[in-house]
Design a protein around this ligand. Structure first.
Ligand SMILES: C[S@@+](CC[C@H](N)C(=O)[O-])C[C@H]1O[C@@H](n2cnc3c(N)ncnc32)[C@H](O)[C@@H]1O
Length: 275
């Protein structure tokens, strides 16, 4: 049998990868209450920890360069507004659609303090909300639990008059290279590969840009590194390999162990067509 490109159903692969998640990750993917509670707990501390906006201004600047001045924007999953607030200076108005009321509350409190009044919050899932046309649509790391992804992408293509921009950080365990050395399976999340292929099946040939990103993660001592490894793979493997890995990959500073996590960000963008 000959397998052709069209025989591969990337949406099914996307859906199966959601179904294959385990434990809490699977509950977050399929149970709205669990996901809501997750973001409720994180909302007040989300801005205290560095996320993509904080450790890569290059990504923000590239996204900003894709958007013309004074245009309307819908942002899917703006969270606390790390991208939304600076973009509100350039856009005429931003509709901020987020599943989590608690994340939106933080965004709106910050906007109020800063005197920004062109951000309209809408609580809901992108898949479900009825929404008018806009010039641009942006999503930064917010499509990760949409099951009917093809319909969601199609909706973006219809609602955006000019351009859709999807930013996805390539997710992988921080010690993925160690696990590969130990012969364990590569745990890199492959949804960044599925997305362009699903778009292709919708006759959307998107531009794709990859940017390197990196950030430091601090561990107080060797025990906490071992703890993290056990948390990620469920056991402590060969200690000699771990010790070599620590010596080769960690910097020491004020008695702490600093690990530089490196990954890439994928930026998928296309000019929308209505045919
Ligand atoms: C990882 S955070 C990213 C927040 C923000 N874009 C950033 O980069 O800081 C994901 C956000 O997407 C929201 N979200 C997840 N699925 C969503 C959906 N289907 N529709 C709208 N928002 C969603 C979550 O509630 C959360 O606030």
């Amino acid at each position: 049998m000959i397998l052709t490109y069209k025989d591969i159903d990337y949406e099914k692969i996307w859906q199966d990868s959601l179904k294959c998640r385990k434990g809490y990750a699977k509950e977050r993917a399929f149970n709205d209450n669990v996901e809501r509670e997750f973001w409720k707990g994180l909302s007040r501390i989300y801005d205290n920890q560095p996320t993509l906006y904080d450790y890569s201004k290059e990504v923000y600047n590239f996204v900003k360069s894709l958007i013309d001045t004074n245009k309307s924007l819908i942002e899917i999953g703006p969270g606390t507004g790390k991208f939304t607030i600076p973009l509100s200076e350039k856009c005429s108005d931003i509709t901020a659609i987020d599943f989590s009321r608690h994340m939106l509350n933080v965004l709106m409190e910050k906007s109020k303090i800063l005197g920004i009044n062109n951000i309209l919050p809408i609580e809901g899932k992108w898949e479900d909300v009825a929404i008018n046309e806009t010039d641009y649509i942006l999503s930064v790391n917010s499509l990760y639990r949409i099951f009917d992804i093809k319909a969601a992408l199609k909706k973006m293509n219809i609602v955006a008059k000019e351009k859709v921009i999807i930013v996805r950080t390539i997710q992988k365990p921080i010690f993925n290279n160690l696990y590969l050395k130990l012969g364990l399976e590569d745990k890199t999340c492959l949804d960044y590969i599925y997305l362009p292929n699903i778009l292709h099946s919708l006759n959307i040939c998107a531009d794709i840009k990859y940017m390197n990103v990196q950030y430091e993660i601090e561990f107080n001592n060797r025990e906490s590194i071992y703890y993290k490894i056990k948390e990620e793979i469920g056991y402590i493997p060969n200690e000699n390999i771990i010790e070599d890995y620590i010596n080769e990959n960690f910097k020491r500073s004020n008695k702490k162990y600093i690990f530089l996590h490196k990954t890439k960000v994928e930026i998928i963008y296309w000019e929308t067509t209505k045919n």
